[in-house]
Structure formats: structure tokens, C-alpha cells
Design a protein around this ligand. Structure first.
Ligand SMILES: C[S@@+](CC[C@H](N)C(=O)[O-])C[C@H]1O[C@@H](n2cnc3c(N)ncnc32)[C@H](O)[C@@H]1O
Length: 222
């Protein structure tokens, strides 16, 4: 068995045992795949981690940057109270269309809004609308723009907001000084976190069905 097969088997063991996947989530993934969306959603156990973190945070307002077919969105929406709100930003209209259908089938059309456009265009609109700050922000879109997404996240946050940045390892590419703009985007973001006095941050590497990757957690403290 290859190392990747072992990681996948271990993820499957946890997911089957702990029930981190179910018919609604499976249907969202199936319809995303059938619609030709790339298979780059978070794994079921990672999705449950997002839900748990949002629950621990007591999140009533969640922002997601990078929707795809709404798989992680559904996990996050499950943490919201009935009057909670989740805004998720997606560049590709087709992805947004599939996500809206998946989110509606999951029963969250009333509290989740999918906004279409490049996040660097939709984030200023969101800020200009002047709503309450977000309690939790999940960043999972184009990696080269992560430094901008971190800046916008801080603008839309309050003390106590939890910011999660996905894919901060990229199979180890992030340590390669010759790596391309995606890895450079992650490195710049990690350096920003290191010198940002308003956050307390850490990063973890993970292995699993999605290979070798990781995520950063930043709690806004000032
Ligand atoms: C890794 S996928 C998101 C996966 C999703 N969070 C999940 O786990 O189910 C990244 C998504 O970000 C979108 N994206 C890429 N560039 C973007 C941009 N500039 N603005 C908004 N979304 C973008 C892609 O179209 C893709 O759907």
C-alpha cells in the first residue's frame, strides 16, 4: 500500500466511524463532480472540523472565500443558529450555481448567500455595506491572493474572530524558494501573520485523502 493509500484509508476509517459524511454532503459532492467541478473540496473530516470550530466560536456570522460546490459551506452552515448568516464568495458562475442548489437541498438557502465575482471585487462591496463583523472567516480560494484575503479578513473581523486559511503547505511546495505564485502567496501570508500584532496564529500540516497539506488558524486578539 502506498503512503497516499494509507492516508486515504485512515481518513475513510475516521469518516465512517465518526459519521463526518452523510447523504446531504455526499449528494453535494456527487452533484459537484457530475457538473464537472474540480474535486478540491475539503475532506469530510476537515469539513466537520470547520463546523466544530464555528460551534466553539459560537459563530453567528461566517464569511467564506472560495465556495466551489458549497461542500465546506454546508459544514459551516450547520454551525449557525437559525438567525445566523453565511456569505460565501465564488469567482466562477457555474460553481456558484451548483453551490446554490447544493446549499438549498441542505436546507440553508435562507441563511447562506453566494456572491459571484472575483473576491477582490466582492470584498470591498461587502465592506461598504457595513454589516456587523464576521465571527469566523474561512479562506479557501486562489492562493496568490491570500495576502489580500488576510487583509480583508482583518478589516471584516472583530476581536475574537477566528480566521482559517486552508492549503498552507501545498505538498511542501511552500518551502521551495523557486515555487510559483501560489506558494509565494502562502509564504507572504504566513510572514504577514508572523508580524501582525492583531492576531495570535499557528499553522498545522495534515495528511489524508487530500494528500499533504495544512491550514493556519489566526485568532484576532487586538
Ligand atoms: C478550493 S476551492 C473551494 C473549496 C470549498 N471551500 C470546499 O471545500 O468545498 C476554491 C474555489 O475558489 C474559487 N476562486 C478562485 N479564484 C477566486 C477569486 N479570485 N475569487 C473568488 N473565488 C475564487 C474557485 O473557482 C473555486 O471554486
Amino acid at each position: 500500500m502506498s503512503q497516499q493509500q494509507q492516508w486515504t484509508a485512515m481518513d475513510r476509517y475516521f469518516t465512517d466511524l465518526l459519521g463526518t459524511d452523510d447523504k446531504v454532503l455526499e449528494a453535494a459532492r456527487r452533484d459537484s463532480d457530475a457538473s464537472g467541478l474540480p474535486p478540491i473540496a475539503v475532506a469530510p473530516n476537515q469539513g466537520r472540523l470547520l463546523q466544530l470550530l464555528a460551534q466553539v466560536r459560537g459563530a453567528r456570522r461566517i464569511l467564506e472565500i472560495g465556495t466551489l460546490g458549497g461542500y465546506s459551506t454546508i459544514h459551516l452552515a450547520r454551525a449557525l443558529p437559525a438567525d445566523g448568516r453565511l456569505v460565501t464568495l465564488e469567482y466562477a458562475p457555474r460553481h456558484a450555481e451548483v453551490a446554490r442548489a447544493n446549499i438549498a437541498r441542505a436546507g440553508f438557502a435562507d441563511r447562506v448567500e453566494v456572491r459571484v465575482g472575483a473576491a477582490l471585487d466582492t470584498l470591498p462591496v461587502l465592506a461598504a455595506e457595513g454589516g456587523d463583523p464576521y465571527d469566523m472567516i474561512f479562506v479557501d480560494a486562489d492562493k496568490d491572493n491570500y495576502p489580500h484575503y488576510l487583509e480583508w479578513s482583518l478589516r471584516l473581523a472583530r476581536i475574537g474572530t477566528l480566521i482559517i486559511l486552508d492549503n498552507v503547505v501545498l505538498g511542501g511546495e511552500v518551502l521551495d524558494p523557486a515555487a510559483g505564485p501560489r506558494a509565494q502567496g502562502i509564504r507572504s501570508t504566513m510572514e504577514m501573520l508572523a508580524r501582525e500584532p492583531r492576531v495570535s496564529a499557528t499553522a498545522l500540516q495534515t495528511v489524508g485523502d487530500k494528500g499533504w497539506d495544512g491550514f493556519a488558524l489566526a485568532l484576532v486578539i487586538g
